[in-house]
Design a protein around this ligand. Structure first.
Ligand SMILES: NC(=O)c1ccc[n+]([C@@H]2O[C@H](COP(=O)([O-])OP(=O)(O)OC[C@H]3O[C@@H](n4cnc5c(N)ncnc54)[C@H](OP(=O)(O)O)[C@@H]3O)[C@@H](O)[C@H]2O)c1
Length: 329
């Protein structure tokens, strides 16, 4: 899912791509489109990989762990979209418009954040700098493409399998016997309050990642973060409801002014809001429904964004573009 978007943004970017060498898990004859050609995507071959100047990893934690340190040690620049190195203190976790200042000339391994955290970091950074965010509470509505291609294919199979339901009197009762494997429950006609495995405290992997990665990117070690991450039957585009507790109160009107100037963010008209169908295929993070919460120090907002784009592929390309701009690529 992310790899295809990456190719699209590489084609559009200012990066001087001389030759592109795609890899895959090795399905026979697999090709990917780039600049009007179908490029073979064979299994990872170390020798070819090590001959590259810049490597994007958009596959799995295992592949990144296997290859990134060796590549970086040999001077190859690695931009990694997996979660393998995001919390490693030696590896910067970068969203260019939020913390691009942590990039350094000699860095060879750079991580891109979790697709649920990135938009929140983009949307909240101006507020955090202006009035201080001490606590974030989130409820997410995450699309199926966020779980990769296998999950999306499973979703479509489930919809096709039950697509002819007619309403005869009572609304149909669908039981959880719909076959599923990629996600913990059937996702068609359902919502699943589990994204990743649960830890001993009962938090899912996604919930923990959002909290720890946001603290790292905002450099806010004492920030309190509570998340309920939920998968919803949407193809692409994650959304979230965010409640921010602020050190100093700010009116919704003043907050809107700040948000309107925040790089990478598009604000809906007052009273309006973005949805996944609006944001699909687009780069920015979209925000709406800015309002005061239970107290003047609480601000509520609604965010929607394309998880495959700013949540992953575009952010990685923007990191490389930032290095290029600084003359470090
Ligand atoms: N989906 C999102 O919204 C999102 C957002 C942020 C970050 N990410 C991260 O981006 C990465 C990719 O996610 P995705 O959603 O695009 O997953 P995906 O749709 O399942 O794609 C995974 C890709 O990895 C390739 N792959 C798997 N095993 C491999 C191996 N042994 N050697 C080489 N290539 C291999 C697959 O190749 P084949 O095509 O041959 O199967 C496929 O192209 C993950 O690390 C994920 O955590 C995803």
């Amino acid at each position: 899912m992310v790899g295809r978007e990456l190719l699209h943004f590489l084609e559009k970017s200012r990066l001087p791509v001389g030759e592109l060498r795609p890899f895959s898990s090795g399905s026979a004859g697999k090709t990917v489109p780039f600049r009007g050609r179908a490029l073979q995507a064979p299994p990872v071959d170390k020798k070819t990989l090590y001959g590259c100047g810049l490597v994007f990893f958009v596959s799995s934690d295992e592949i990144s762990i296997q290859h990134s340190p060796g590549l970086a040690a040999r001077g190859v620049l690695v931009i990694d979209d997996s979660s393998a190195f995001r919390l490693d203190p030696k590896v910067p976790l970068v969203i260019p418009e939020v913390n691009g200042h942590v990039l350094r000339r000699r860095l060879r391994l750079i991580a891109g954040p979790n697709c649920t955290m990135t938009p929140l970091a983009v949307a909240g950074i101006a507020l955090h700098r202006a009035v201080g965010v001490t606590e974030v509470r989130l409820a997410t509505y995450q699309s199926v493409s966020g779980a990769g291609r296998a999950a999306l294919e499973e979703f479509f199979r489930q919809v096709r399998g039950h697509g002819r339901l007619a309403v005869k009197g009572r609304a149909p009762v669908l039981h959880s016997s719909i076959p599923h494997q990629a996600l913990p429950k059937p996702i068609a006609y359902n919502v699943i309050p589990q994204v990743g495995g649960f830890d001993q405290r009962g938090c899912s992997g996604e919930e923990s990642k959002v909290a720890s990665e946001l603290r790292k990117v905002w450099d806010a070690p004492t920030l309190r973060v509570s998340v309920t991450a939920v998968r919803v039957p949407v193809v692409r585009g994650h959304s979230m409801s965010a409640w921010l507790t602020l050190r100093r109160p700010i009116s919704p009107a003043a907050a809107r002014k700040l948000l309107a100037k925040t790089p990478g963010l598009k604000l809906s008209a007052d009273g309006d809001y973005p949805t996944p169908l609006l944001v699909g295929g687009k780069g920015p993070v979209y925000a709406g429904r800015i309002r005061q919460g239970a107290t003047p120090r609480e601000l509520c907002l609604w965010l929607s964004y394309d998880n495959l784009i700013k949540g992953a592929a575009l952010n990685s390309v923007q990191i490389a573009e930032e290095l290029l701009k600084k003359g470090w690529l």
